[in-house]
Design a protein around this ligand. Sequence first.
Ligand code: HEM
Length: 122
Amino acid sequence: MEFFECMGGEETIRKIVNAFYPKVMAHPYLAPIFPDDIEPLIEKQFQFLTQFFGGPTLYTDLHGNPMMRARHAPFPITTERAEAWLACMHSALEEVVPSHEVRAIILDRLKGPAYFFVNTRE
Ligand code: HEM
């Protein structure tokens, strides 16, 4: 079975993004750089993560080449913010993904991109 099916497909991705963004918006390092209206971002992240984990190419179909590092360039992303983002994701995964093994794979695949998006020291 492909990893995407194994992790529960779009249904699980939906649960992850719904659990994740309230944590981001409650985080003192992260909240200030995110928009007040988080709904459009939740939708884009759903589309992106679906594609990223091997599901249908929802993000590219709607928004073109992801070029995620470039799309993050307007926002000051420090190492502390990358770690905070990953910590919010870790705790969202603990809420909605029962398998420890699956959680570890998801987090591990997001670590590289998160640190890669770091674009400033402060
Ligand atoms: C490293 C820490 C990260 C921070 C601080 C961060 C922050 C942000 C911010 C501020 C936005 C723009 C919100 C707006 O539209 O105003 C954004 C967009 C987005 N982020 Fe992140 N992000 C991080 C990591 C990631 C990672 C690891 C992924 C996925 C691998 C990701 C996926 C996305 C997507 C899909 C969008 C929407 C892009 C679009 O506009 O089409 N982000 N992020």
